[in-house]
Design a protein around this ligand. Structure first.
Ligand code: ATP
Length: 223
């Protein structure tokens, strides 16, 4: 079982992708030792959410920003299977599809921030998700991983948590990354961009250039 490449997926709107996202994707790769041939952490930009009240990049633009962000990054890649869909994409369905592609034995991981773990019970068939994949949770400012979990989720976490290391089983465990939290959010970034406030250091330079060159988020200027 330990012979298989490890596939990790990191779903998000990535509107835009930022250094908080890259920080946890790299932490997953490094803390779980995904350094063997074929190992991959794949960003999985989601389809278009039905209503958004903020300026928003198109699916093609969100995909392009993810591709710019991973260019030259060892072990990071982009999976475009969801981004152009206009019907709801459920994580459990996407993981089912990926499980069919990689076979039953290869470890499959799904990365989320701590704020998403607190919402896990609202996801379609979360128990199905952890029968297909392991969860990897990154700390995020403002979300205490021990507090605020739905009781069934808290119970599952307490029974299945393992310290970060290269996974040997195919699914069903939870790893909490020890990487320190990084305070960047896409909501804050969109506001900064709209107001022309500085964004250097908050997202990759190639992504910042793309945003300015394409006039995304109603940017008032290049800061
Ligand atoms: P928004 O501010 O619009 O909610 P976001 O910054 O949370 O956006 P998403 O694309 O919604 O970005 O997030 C995708 C995943 O990345 C989620 O699981 C979220 O918890 C996680 N995430 C985003 N930013 C961070 C961060 N700074 N630290 C840890 N996890 C993060």
């Amino acid at each position: 079982m330990g012979e298989h490449p490890v596939h990790a997926l990191f779903g998000g709107t990535f509107d835009p992708i930022h250094n908080g996202h890259l920080h946890i994707a790299r932490a997953l790769r490094d803390e779980l030792q995904l350094t063997w041939p074929g190992d991959q952490v794949r960003l999985l930009p989601t389809g278009q959410p039905p209503h958004r009240d903020t300026a928003q990049a198109s699916p093609a633009e969100r995909l392009a920003m993810c591709q710019l962000a991973v260019a030259g990054e060892t072990g990071l890649a982009v999976d475009a299977r969801e981004v152009f869909r206009t019907t709801p994409c459920y994580t459990v369905d996407t993981l089912t599809e990926i499980r069919q592609e990689i076979g039953n034995e290869a470890p499959l991981l799904f990365l989320i921030g701590g704020d998403s773990l607190q919402q896990l019970h609202r996801w379609r068939d979360w128990q199905g998700i952890v029968r297909l994949a392991h969860l990897v949770v990154a700390q995020r400012p403002g979300s205490d991983l021990q507090a605020g979990l739905y009781p069934d989720v808290a119970d599952w976490v307490s029974k299945n948590q393992l310290p970060p290391s290269r996974p040997r089983l195919s699914h069903g465990k939870i790893y909490v990354l020890s990487a320190p939290p990084v305070t960047v959010s896409a909501t804050d970034l969109r506001q900064r961009l709209a107001l022309g406030e500085p964004t250097a250091g908050l997202l990759p330079d190639a992504v910042r250039r793309f945003i300015f060159d394409n006039g995304l988020y109603h940017g008032a200027g290049r800061n």
